[in-house]
Design a protein. Structure first.
Length: 243
């Protein structure tokens, strides 16, 4: 039985997600409760989430690996800020590597690999039906990483892991673009279909189209944030000098 991507979490799994300080802190960062560069104090997080300091440290270590936060010696942890330029550079490098791995996956995929990919797609489709954008966003990298594993290109995989492109989606909220989740699912279905057909050229084209739309959506998200900051600065009241 394939348990890689169950169509829906069990009650026990949902309970763990609700109580795990790592998942709750990740959700808080994604939803904007913590802003880029904001300090994350262990004692405060322990009180906020009702968890011990050991559990909080483990959560911070996990989120550091995911690229959501930065831990600095003697200064603690803070939410990681990714500049627009760095975000674009990361996604351009990711584009080249993921297309390479997709071609390889189309040549190497076995039936068990295809079963895993279809299971993840089914879970993504269910999240979309439930309007669960955050759940969909968590499954997105799971599908990509499964394709990496099929390709078995260890050097490229190591480079992709260090790029931490998942943190870009969290910071810029690219999945929030109207219609993007449904479009993203169709793109992933095309990629998996090309892998199942063992067609490297079609897989390369499908991945290129998908990542091209990722870059377009990233530009949309950056422009949206710039407009929001511009309007916020206009709305700030100006203090008149005392008479």
């Amino acid at each position: 039985m394939n348990n890689l991507a169950p169509s829906s979490p069990s009650i026990k799994q949902r309970s763990r997600l609700l109580n795990d300080p790592c998942d709750r802190l990740r959700d808080a960062i994604v939803s904007g409760d913590f802003q880029p560069n904001e300090r994350l104090v262990e004692a405060d997080l322990s009180l906020r989430y009702g968890a011990g300091r050991t559990a909080i440290r483990a959560a911070l270590a996990t989120l550091d690996q995911e690229g959501l936060i930065v831990r600095e010696p003697n200064r603690g942890a803070r939410v990681r800020l990714i500049s627009a330029r760095e975000a674009f550079e990361i996604e351009h490098v990711r584009n080249a590597l993921e297309r390479l791995l997709a071609r390889s996956a189309a040549q190497r995929a076995a039936s068990d690999d295809l079963d895993d990919l279809q299971a993840i797609l089914a879970a993504m489709a269910e999240r979309l039906r439930e309007s669960d954008s955050f759940g969909y966003m968590q499954l997105n990298p799971q599908l990509h990483r499964r394709i990496w594993r099929i390709s078995d290109n260890q050097v490229a995989i190591k480079v992709l892991v260090t790029l931490k492109s998942q943190s870009i989606r969290f910071q810029y909220g690219t999945i929030l673009r109207p219609g993007r989740p449904a479009q993203s699912l169709r793109e992933h279905e095309a990629i998996v279909a090309a892998i199942a057909a063992h067609d490297p050229d079609a897989c390369d084209a499908a991945m290129a189209e998908h990542l091209g739309h990722v870059l377009e959506t990233l530009q949309w998200a950056i422009d949206s944030q710039d407009r929001q900051r511009s309007w916020s600065s206009r709305e700030e009241p100006t203090l008149s000098a005392p008479a």
